[in-house]
Write a protein that binds this ligand. Structure first.
Ligand code: NDP
Length: 340
């Protein structure tokens, strides 16, 4: 039986620097009734992703911020509870951008049906969803991996980085994975099969990275920025490719960091080494969604790639889990199990 209320997590206030649980508020509103052409969805898994930090801020970006009092934005895997839409039947599993709430109405726009026989349904927001597509399109289009090249990736146990590294291995690259802590480093080496696994929290991390890349770096898949980028930058080879995917080390910053202006030196290296740094948003490659699903589903089925999920129980725990994600407390794709 469906509960009679819709539980929602709304943005209570905009964070200054690091978000806190006070920036979120849990409210209950009456369960909506679908009208003709709509479906009522029950959220099963809510995806928590780093980009949500940007939606909490009013600063200009590629997407509009969530309004104060608005439901936090996010992707989710849901069950169709009640359908008045000809394209969807009650009981079907779908994926859509329905937000941090237990239920949602949809007119079907952007809803994708999920095949529960293909893989566990939560993967529709993970390895077979937006983060997987980010890794696949960013690496193949911009990184252009070739056998024998050195590929470096950070946040390498998360859904984007872990797939980047594994596709890099499938393409014959030597893969150096970077993550925070010994457990994550062990996982990269024993489970993901990366050639070298480094802990970016080690005091001599930059020296370890230089030792791990004796031939320099041909591809750096940029997920984090910060001290990892500083260690990578001097090691980039001529004509290196840098898909600039995410800069999580800077998402909580309110302004420029103090210190010397490194921009002229950076641009000089971009010029003299003919570096190719290209930022991208996954939606830029929307036309490749079918290729992505075909290839990654096949690799999964053949056991050529692995994925790891970090499942948090209960919608009410989403704010704390999200705050932890920005600090690396997650180990694998972070999802909230909202209902059975
Ligand atoms: P993850 O699950 O990997 O979580 C983020 C990880 O970043 C944390 O677990 C932590 O891992 C690491 N991290 C946090 N702060 C730092 C820091 N200061 N230095 C180094 N590492 C840090 O996230 P995703 O795989 O979902 O996303 C990875 C990146 O890709 C993010 O930057 C995200 O914004 C970006 N992204 C971009 C998209 C696009 O369209 N351009 C789409 C999807 C994601 P650890 O413990 O290893 O440090």
């Amino acid at each position: 039986m469906a509960q009679a209320v819709n539980c929602q997590i709304v943005l209570a206030s905009r964070p200054e620097g690091e978000p806190s649980v006070e920036n979120f508020r849990r409210i209950e509103v009456p369960l909506p009734e679908p009208v003709a052409g709509q479906v009522l969805l029950q959220t099963l898994y809510l995806s928590l992703d780093p980009y949500m930090r940007g939606r909490m801020s009013a600063a200009k970006s590629y997407a509009k911020p969530v309004e104060i009092g608005g439901v936090m934005e996010g992707g989710a895997v849901s069950r169709v509870l009640h359908s008045r839409h000809p394209g969807f039947a009650a009981g079907e599993i779908v994926q859509g951008r329905t937000g941090w709430q237990s239920h949602a109405l949809s007119d079907g726009t952007g809803l994708l049906k999920v095949d529960p026989k293909l893989a566990p349904i939560s993967t529709a927001v993970g390895v077979l969803g937006m983060p997987g597509m980010t890794a696949y399109t960013g690496l193949l289009n911009i990184g252009q991996p070739k056998a024998g090249e050195t590929l470096v990736v950070a946040a390498a146990t998360g859904p984007v980085g872990s797939l980047v590294g594994q596709i890099g291995k499938l393409k014959g690259c030597r893969v150096v994975g970077i993550a925070g802590g010994a457990d994550k480093a062990r996982y990269m080496q024993t489970e993901l099969g990366f050639d070298v696994a480094l802990d970016h929290k080690a005091p001599d991390f930059a020296a370890q990275l230089a030792t791990a890349c004796p031939q320099g770096i041909d591809i750096y898949f940029e997920n984090v920025g910060g001290h990892v980028w500083e260690a990578v930058f001097p090691l980039l080879n001529d004509f290196a490719r840098v898909p600039v995917c995410g800069l999580i080390a800077h998402y909580n910053e309110e302004g420029p960091r103090p210190g010397p202006d490194r921009l002229p030196m950076t641009m000089r290296a971009v010029l003299s080494k003919r570096l190719n740094l290209r930022g991208f948003i996954v939606s830029d490659f929307a036309a490749q969604a079918d290729d992505f699903r075909r290839d990654v589903a096949a690799w999964l089925k053949d056991g050529k790639i692995k994925y790891k999920e970090d499942v948090v129980q209960g919608l009410e725990n989403a704010p704390a889990a999200f705050i932890g994600l920005l600090k690396g407390r997650n180990f694998g794709k972070l999802v909230v199990k909202v209902a059975d």
